[in-house]
Design a protein around this ligand. Structure first.
Ligand SMILES: Nc1ncnc2c1ncn2[C@@H]1O[C@H](COP(=O)(O)OP(=O)(O)O)[C@@H](O)[C@H]1O
Ligand SMILES: [Mg+2]
Length: 262
């Protein structure tokens, strides 16, 4: 299952905010989209997922397993999300319903995509909570999002995204809103789950140190354009574009901090 993004454009009203972005994610590959805030990372991800905001239009081509996603009907793309493509956003609160228990929310994503019975889905929810290493899964499923820590809520969001074993995970700054120690734990969890399932990954970050921990290929964006892409080791050892060089300078502080990336 390969994702191929070719000459992607996103226009918001008269403004072109993503211009001619091309990259591909071969089966099982871990690709990072990296750039400063406002460089078009999230809109690129949202275009892939058919979740662009009102008034935004996408052009070019996004092929998933050979099938063109741009122009698919809402129902068809909604079906792909969760079934074949999982999503984790920066802020788990936005993914979670505050008035439903986390177990019910995990169970619902299982029921929608697999048509499991209520009872089976509830049992599976406990197993999925355990898989993302939530403490005391049997009882945590009965809690509400506000009763969990930020890191635990992000684990719930990850459980929901992965419950139906998608082939591709798109994670948009999944650790940015968390404390540094929790960031490392969530990154490690994602790395393990992606490896266990042999999923492909599109990981979005503004931090090259974070990127180097989870992705092998990096696509560097600036003002909605790709300025450089290549192996992450290459971006770290010989960045060509000034943008990548700047990201590397920012990241170096993190890489060398005790308990940092290395
Ligand atoms: N809903 C929106 N309406 C208008 N402009 C937007 C909207 N979302 C994003 N933009 C603009 O598009 C550009 C890229 O945004 P985004 O993809 O969110 O950047 P990133 O995720 O890299 O921080 C930014 O200039 C941003 O201001
Ligand atoms: Mg963003």
């Amino acid at each position: 299952m390969t994702l191929e993004v070719t000459d992607l454009t996103v226009d918001i009203g008269p403004r072109r905010v993503v211009s001619g972005v091309s990259f591909s994610v071969p089966d099982g590959a871990r690709v990072g989209l990296i750039g400063e805030s406002g460089s078009g990372k999230s809109l690129t991800a949202l275009a892939i997922l058919g979740l662009l905001p009102e008034g935004a239009t996408a052009g070019g081509s996004i092929r998933w397993n050979g099938r063109e996603l741009l122009g698919l009907r809402d129902r068809e793309i909604a079906r792909l999300r969760g079934d074949e493509i999982g999503i984790v956003f920066q802020e788990p609160r936005t993914a979670l319903n505050p008035i439903r228990t986390v177990g019910r929310q995990i169970a619902e994503s299982i029921r929608i995509h697999e048509g499991a019975t209520k009872k089976d889905a509830a049992a599976r929810a406990v197993a999925e909570a355990s898989r993302v290493a939530l403490p005391d899964p049997g009882s945590i499923v009965g809690r509400y999002p506000h009763q969990l820590s930020g890191g635990q809520r992000q684990r719930v969001a990850i459980a929901m995204a992965l419950a139906c074993r998608p082939r591709l995970l798109i994670a948009d700054e999944p650790t940015t809103a968390l404390d540094v120690t929790i960031q490392a734990e969530i990154l490690e969890l994602l790395r393990t789950l992606v490896a266990d399932d042999g999923m492909s990954l599109v990981f979005i970050t503004h931090d090259l140190a974070v990127l180097s921990q989870i992705a092998t290929h990096g696509v560097v964006l600036e003002h909605g354009r790709v300025v450089e892409q290549g192996a992450v080791s290459q971006l770290l050892s010989g960045p060509v574009s000034p943008v990548t060089q700047g990201l590397l300078r920012d990241a170096t502080a993190t890489l060398w901090r005790p308990g940092g990336a290395e």
